[in-house]
Design a protein around this ligand. Structure first.
Ligand code: NAD
Length: 360
C-alpha cells in the first residue's frame, strides 16, 4: 500500500526550500521504490489567506490521515498585526498539539566541510554531533491561563503559565534516554530546578526514568549554564533533553555552532513515530523571494523522515551522503559561504543534491 506524505510549504522561504526538498524526495521515491504519494496543502499565513485560519479543519484531517508530514516554515510580517488567535504560528502550535507530536528531535551536526562557517573556533566544534530532544506540546507555549490585560491602575500586564505533568515529562525523558542509548550513551537533562517548580518535578521524574536506562549516563544542568556550555565546550554533550521553551532557545543557539540554521533539520514525533519533519529555521522574510535561501535543512528533514517514520535507512543515508558530496564540491548558499567556495542559489543547491543522489 502506498504511503501518504502531506507537504505544507508554508510562508516566506517555505515554498522555495520545499520545491527543492520535493525534487529530492521524488527522486528518492523512484530510486528506492518507496511507494510514496505526495499531496499538498497550506499552513500558517498561506492558510490564513486561503481558508481564513492558520490551520483549516480539512488540512488537519489530511494531516491525521497522512503517514508523515513535511513542513517548510510559517510566519511573516504580512500577518504580524492580525488577531493573535489567527497568527501563522498558532497553526503550527495547533498541528503539533492536535497530532500529539510531543518529541522534537533537533540534531546539530557540524559537517567538516563547514568548519569555517561556524562562529566558534574550528577546534571547539570539529566533529560536533549533538541531539537536542525538546518537549513540544506542553509547557509555557500551551499553558493556561495566559492573559494580557489592563489593571485598574491603568498599567498593562500579561502572564503565561508553565505547567508540566508527570506523564508529559516521563514520555519525553524516555525518548531522550532511548536516543542516548543508540548514540553516545550520555544524556544531559536541562532545567531551571533552582527556581521553577515545574523544573523540580522535571528533574525528579527524569531521575525516576533513569532507573530503566542504567547504561545511559545522566547529568543535569541549569539552562543558563547549558547556554554557556554550548558555546564554551559543546562537544561535552551527546543528547540533551529539555522542555519546550528551553529547547526552542538552546537548539537555535546550537544551530549557530554548525554554521547556519539553514543546515538544521528536525523531526517531531508522536508516540508511534508518526512525524512531522521541518527545518529548524523560520520563514526568513528578509530573504524570501530572492532565491538565496539554503534548502539543505529541508532536504535533510526528508532524510530524517525516511529514517524515523519509514525506516528507509539506505535512502536516508544516501540523501545525507548526497548533501555531503555537494558540500565537498564547494557549493554553498550565502549563509554558509566562505572564501574559496562557490556561491549558489536555492534551486542550484537543490539540483546539485538531486544530481549527487542520482549518481550514487
Ligand atoms: P528565521 O529562522 O526565519 O530567520 C533568522 C535568520 O536566519 C534570518 O536572517 C534569515 O534570513 C536566516 N535564515 C533562516 N533560514 C535560512 C535559510 N534556510 N537559508 C539562509 N538563511 C536563513 O527566524 P525569525 O527571523 O526570527 O522569524 C521569521 C518568521 O518565521 C517569524 O514570523 C517567525 O514567527 C517565524 N518562525 C517560524 C518557525 C517555523 O515555521 N517553524 C520557526 C521560527 C520562526
Amino acid at each position: 500500500m502506498s504511503k501518504q506524505i502531506l507537504i505544507l510549504p508554508g510562508d516566506g522561504i517555505g515554498p522555495e526550500i520545499m520545491a527543492e526538498a520535493v525534487k529530492v524526495l521524488q527522486l528518492a521515491n523512484d530510486k528506492y521504490s518507496l511507494g510514496f504519494e505526495l499531496s499538498f496543502d497550506e499552513l500558517g499565513g498561506a492558510a490564513v489567506d486561503k481558508y481564513g485560519v492558520p490551520l483549516a479543519d480539512e488540512t488537519l484531517a489530511r494531516a491525521r490521515a497522512a503517514d508523515a508530514i513535511l513542513l517548510g516554515a510559517v510566519g511573516g510580517p504580512k500577518w504580524d498585526k492580525i488577531d493573535p488567535a489567527l497568527r501563522p504560528e498558532r497553526g503550527l502550535l495547533k498541528i503539533r498539539s492536535q497530532l500529539g507530536l510531543f518529541a522534537n528531535l533537533r540534531p546539530a551536526i557540524l559537517y567538516p566541510q563547514l568548519a569555517d562557517a561556524s562562529s566558534l573556533k574550528p577546534e571547539v566544534v570539529a566533529g560536533l554531533d549533538i541531539l537536542i530532544v525538546r518537549e513540544l506540546t506542553g509547557g509555557i507555549y500551551f499553558g493556561q491561563p495566559r492573559e494580557s490585560k489592563v489593571l485598574e491602575s491603568g498599567e498593562r500586564m500579561a502572564y503565561d503559565t508553565l505547567p508540566y505533568s508527570e506523564s508529559e515529562i516521563r514520555r519525553i525523558a524516555q525518548v531522550g534516554f532511548a536516543m542516548a542509548r543508540v548514540r553516545g550513551k550520555k544524556l544531559c537533562s536541562v532545567d531551571k530546578a533552582n527556581v521553577l517548580a515545574s523544573s523540580q518535578l522535571w528533574r525528579a521524574v527524569v531521575e525516576e526514568v533513569a532507573k530503566d536506562y542504567p547504561d545511559v549516563e545522566l547529568s543535569h544542568m541549569y539552562v543558563d549554564n547549558a547556554a554557556m556550555q554550548l558555546v564554551r565546550a559543546p562537544k561535552q554533550f551527546d543528547v540533551m533533553v529539555t522542555d519546550n521553551m528551553f529547547g526552542d532557545i538552546l537548539s537555535d543557539e546550537a544551530s549557530m555552532l554548525t554554521g547556519s540554521i539553514g543546515m538544521l533539520p528536525s523531526a517531531s514525533l508522536d508516540a508511534n513515530n508518526k512525524g512531522m519533519y521541518e527545518p529548524c529555521h523560520g520563514s526568513a522574510p528578509d530573504i524570501a523571494g530572492l532565491g538565496i535561501a539554503n534548502p539543505l535543512a529541508t532536504i535533510l528533514s526528508v532524510s530524517m523522515m525516511l529514517r524515523y517514520s519509514f525506516s528507509q535507512v539506505a535512502a536516508a543515508d544516501a540523501i545525507e551522503l548526497a548533501v555531503s558530496k555537494v558540500l565537498d564540491q564547494g557549493l554553498r548558499t550565502g549563509d554558509i559561504s566562505s572564501p574559496g567556495t562557490t556561491k549558489v542559489g536555492t534551486a542550484a543547491m537543490g539540483d546539485a543534491v538531486v544530481e549527487a543522489l542520482r549518481s550514487l
